[in-house]
Design a protein around this ligand. Structure first.
Ligand SMILES: Nc1ncnc2c1ncn2[C@@H]1O[C@H](COP(=O)(O)OP(=O)(O)OP(=O)(O)O)[C@@H](O)[C@H]1O
Length: 652
């Protein structure tokens, strides 16, 4: 069977699989796998959570066995036992045979793997890897299948990548990472192979960014799989440079935890019914939600929320403005949580004395501003007393991101209900930007048995008021080990940005922290344009528009502290704000995203123009927010400036 025939055949299987899951989802009874396969049984399934049938890959064993008489099986979005083939759920333990070399008894018997790339919802390409022990014949049985329905469009040629996510427009042949010279479909050593599904991965990374994170199961790497599938009762802190896949791990871990079958859990590992994923901004929540929906079939077992929405809910106010980072240490200090408690207690007493039961955030805030009462001061510390006295009136406080942790803490202590009760696991991404007072709040809403997965990059800290070490964070959450160490796992392979971009951005880091292994070793040099102040934004728009023509199917952003001025420039040139999008501008079919750097955290584009680095807020010896902005681009970065660049970025 040639390559095209193989694709047609695999597509046909996927169509059969998809239909079988659709039928299952439409039934009102629970479904079950074969009795001999305890680890494949799906047990009782909530019908809404049966995902769309997607085949991720295929595994060939050296020998057939009683459970897999064909000697090979698929890994997909849900378990399915068909007449001619078996699909195991990607979250089942047996799926370790596809993702890694350990984790299941059958791993030692694996002689080959096939990974699928999809175009839209159809298989568009595949990559086979053979291991030692594979015979010279075909890896997988070449049983021809009837295609249920003729494909509507012509097949893409196998090497030219299709237009939509995850594999995209035609591109140059992948460049091998120096350490890997393994040709697809050639015998490969089992150990030391640095990347799996390498060809597909490289093409996926060069594909236009869609504006949303994708589910990347077909190319998930063994180290990522290891972190995604750690036991739920293991607290984890995952640290890595920009673009090393932290958000990928966060999204896949959230989906994995709620997708595991109860009977597969190790002894003592608790089932996870609900996960709360907390991210930095609403934009981040929009960015990751589609990946989680795809992985879980749109299950409501995972909620994704921005930190500011969480704070607003706790404060009992409709919204909390996003905006600049908290920079005054006091505003984010953990003491705020206990001061808020004292203020709420005093306010409650005052209300009781007046025979009133209603608690008012505004009044409790005023108690705090007054440092309690003469009889019952909240603190006798003169510095905090001064801090309280200088707090603004409630109306202003409500509009301040700086005071959001305080109002949320007061709201939390006034309320008798926990709006975030019932989560078994909390995942916090961009954790480097969470203030101590916010950690105290997160710890408070976690009622006791919850587990934590935190992901972050201390180099991207946008304020010195955030905790500077994971040990401090771990201490606040009570997740340090017996030796007092935080459970930190470090990932170091950069997926997003090309080597030239990361090398440029990493100049902002101390020398010892600059090392990063880039998957995309080649890429365009960073463009640096020095212009007169008067033409700064004009040049930024010109450059972004020109980059847009190079990425017609992708995305381009301008990240600018003075984004309103950039927007004015766009208006002058007849660009129009997209009413359905928070930061998108369009003209004649082209689009440019314009953001303040605070909103760009966790997001990515094909090409990015960063405007006037000198105006980015700097923290002590660090350029956290600038560093984050410089590392948002997947393919091309342009820096436009009129003032001198930070010293580390000057020269070549
Ligand atoms: N295994 C993978 N297969 C395909 N794409 C991947 C894989 N791992 C990461 N990526 C891609 O790399 C890019 C960066 O990943 P991600 O956003 O998770 O990094 P990050 O560490 O959270 O970055 P940052 O801290 O800068 O926000 C994303 O486009 C993601 O889809």
């Amino acid at each position: 069977m040639n390559r095209e025939e193989t694709i047609v055949n695999e597509r046909a299987r996927e169509a059969v699989y998809r239909r079988a899951l659709e039928v299952r989802a439409s039934r009102t009874v629970a479904t079950q796998g074969p009795a001999s396969q305890a680890w494949t049984r799906t047990g009782t399934v909530r019908l809404a959570e049966i995902p769309e049938g997607v085949l991720i890959g295929r595994v060939a064993l050296a020998e057939p066995n009683a459970d897999v008489p064909t000697g090979d099986y698929y890994v997909g979005s849900a378990f399915h036992q068909g007449d001619h083939f078996t699909v195991f759920n990607w979250a089942a333990r047996v799926a370790a045979t596809f993702f890694a070399d350990t984790g299941h008894d059958w791993c030692a018997d694996v002689v080959g793997r096939r990974s699928f790339a999809h175009e839209g919802d159809r298989i568009a390409d595949f990559e086979d890897i053979r291991f030692e022990g594979a015979t010279g014949g075909p890896l997988f049985q070449a049983r021809r299948l009837t295609v249920p329905k003729a494909p509507a469009r012509a097949l893409p040629t196998p090497v030219a990548a299709p237009a939509a996510s995850p594999v995209s427009t035609p591109m140059p042949a992948p460049v091998a990472e120096p350490t890997s010279h393994r040709a697809p479909d050639a015998p490969a050593p089992r150990a030391g192979a640095p990347l799996r599904a390498e060809g597909l991965l490289r093409r996926q990374l060069r594909a236009p960014r869609t504006g949303h994170l994708g589910a990347v199961l077909a190319t998930l790497q063994p180290d990522q799989y290891d972190l995604v599938t750690r036991r739920a009762d293991e607290d984890l802190i995952i640290e890595g440079h920009p673009g090393t896949g932290k958000t990928v791990i966060a999204a896949h871990r959230a989906a994995y935890l709620v997708s595991r079958a109860d009977h597969e859990l190790d002894e003592g590992d608790a089932p996870v019914r609900r996960v709360l994923l907390v991210g930095p901004t609403d934009e981040y929540a929009d960015h990751v939600r589609p990946a989680i929906d795809r992985l879980t079939g749109g299950s409501d077992a995972v909620d994704v929320i921005s930190l500011r929405r969480l704070l607003a809910t706790l404060a009992g106010v409709p919204d909390v403005p996003e905006g600049r980072a908290i920079t005054r240490i006091e505003d984010g200090a953990s003491e705020i949580f206990s001061f808020a408690h004292a203020a709420a207690r005093i306010h409650r007493k005052q209300q009781a004395a007046r025979n009133r039961t209603t608690m008012r955030l505004r009044d409790a805030y005023d108690v705090l501003r007054a440092n309690g009462t003469a009889q019952e001061p909240i603190t006798r510390d003169p510095e905090w007393d001064r801090y309280f006295a200088n707090l603004p009136r409630f109306e202003s406080a409500r509009m301040s991101r700086m005071l959001a942790p305080m109002l949320a803490a007061i709201g939390w202590h006034l309320s008798s209900e926990n709006p975030y009760a019932g989560y078994d696991c909390f995942i916090v991404d961009e954790a480097q930007d969470v203030m101590a007072a916010e950690w105290a709040l997160l710890d408070a809403i976690a009622t006791g048995n919850e587990r934590w997965t935190l992901l972050g990059d201390l180099n991207q800290r946008r304020s010195d008021a955030a905790l500077a070490s994971w040990t401090h964070v771990g201490d606040l959450l009570g997740i340090l080990d017996d030796a007092g160490d935080a459970p930190v796992a470090t990932i170091s392979r950069g997926y997003r940005s090309t080597a030239p971009i990361l090398e440029f951005a990493n100049r902002l880091l101390p020398k010892a922290e600059r090392a990063v292994r880039c998957v995309q070793t080649l890429g365009a040099e960073v463009q640096i344009a020095r212009v007169r102040t008067a033409t700064l934004h004009d040049e930024a728009v010109t450059r972004a528009a020109s980059l847009g023509t190079r990425y017609p199917d992708g995305t381009v952003a301008i990240i600018s502290i003075e984004h309103p001025v950039t927007e004015l420039e766009l208006t002058k040139r007849r660009w129009r704000k997209d009413p359905d999008h928070a930061y998108r501008w369009t003209r004649e079919g082209q689009s440019i995203d314009v953001l303040n750097p605070n909103y760009a955290r966790g997001l990515e584009w094909d090409a990015v123009v960063v405007v006037e680095p000198a105006r980015f807020p700097q923290n002590f010896l660090r350029h956290g927010l600038l560093y984050t902005s410089l590392t948002r681009a997947n393919q091309e970065l342009c820096v436009v400036h009129s003032e001198a660049l930070p010293e580390a970025l000057r020269g070549r």
